[in-house]
Design a protein around this ligand. Structure first.
Ligand SMILES: NC(=O)c1ccc[n+]([C@@H]2O[C@H](COP(=O)([O-])OP(=O)(O)OC[C@H]3O[C@@H](n4cnc5c(N)ncnc54)[C@H](OP(=O)(O)O)[C@@H]3O)[C@@H](O)[C@H]2O)c1
Length: 199
């Protein structure tokens, strides 16, 4: 599958590694440094290319957005319309000194509202990039869960497949309104920041 990645840092860059390892193609985009993305693409080989955020948005059926919360609007304005795209949202609502107060909405709902027509699925956001890199591909009872949620069943099935391809067990927590348990901060009863296995 072709996956455009907007923000290929710790989480997005590691996702690019996990996806290309199993045969997916990625286009990595959106950096302030001219050397970071070419270096990453060279590491990943011929399944990776570098482009603009707008090119990532049109590269294939799936787009991952993986930028810091304060940069989401800038990234989306660089990307252009994501209508019809399956968007994997890895973001957490951290701002300088804490996390954004979202009122009664989840961060996933707010992002869906910022991307009209996108088929948003929140995933890959509950575990650190280092932990994802270290645990991807574990087998048997040690295989780690990656949670997802979204309002589009077909989009969720596609992302669940990518989670499986990346080496994790996909577990669906429901719609975007149910995303709070997946979202920062870490707290009792939430899955955010916690390692889960199937049994
Ligand atoms: N790190 C984790 O363990 C972790 C875990 C779960 C979820 N998340 C969430 O995933 C998202 C990405 O986190 P990350 O840790 O992968 O971030 P990161 O390592 O800082 O990567 C962010 C990417 O966005 C790019 N970018 C372009 N313009 C930017 C701007 N104006 N400001 C900031 N970055 C800009 C950065 O490129 P350049 O720096 O090359 O310019 C970088 O490639 C965040 O919403 C975070 O809360 C992170």
């Amino acid at each position: 599958m072709k996956i455009g990645i907007i923000g290929a840092g710790r989480i997005g860059g590691n996702a690019a590694r996990m996806f290309t390892r199993v045969g997916h193609e990625v286009l990595v985009s959106f950096s302030r440094d001219p050397y970071t993305l070419p270096t990453l693409a060279a590491e990943l080989g011929d399944r990776a290319q570098v482009g603009t955020a707008a090119e990532a948005a049109t590269f294939g059926p799936v787009v991952m957005i993986s930028v810091p919360w304060p940069a989401v609007d800038i990234a989306l304005s660089a990307a252009g319309s994501l209508a019809g795209k399956i968007v994997i949202d890895t973001t957490n609502q951290f701002i300088l000194g804490g996390h954004d107060d979202l009122g009664t909405h989840t961060a996933a709902q707010l992002n869906q509202a910022r991307m009209p027509g996108a088929r948003l699925v929140k995933a890959f956001n509950t575990l650190t990039a280092g932990f994802q890199a270290e645990t991807a591909g574990r087998a048997g009872a040690d295989r780690v869960v990656i949670f997802l949620c979204g309002d589009d069943a077909e989009a969720k099935a596609a992302v669940a497949g990518l989670i499986d391809d990346a080496g994790f067990i996909p577990v669906d927590l429901g719609g975007l309104a149910d995303a709070a348990a997946m979202e920062a901060p870490r707290r009792p009863g939430a899955v955010y920041g916690e390692e889960y296995h199937e049994t």
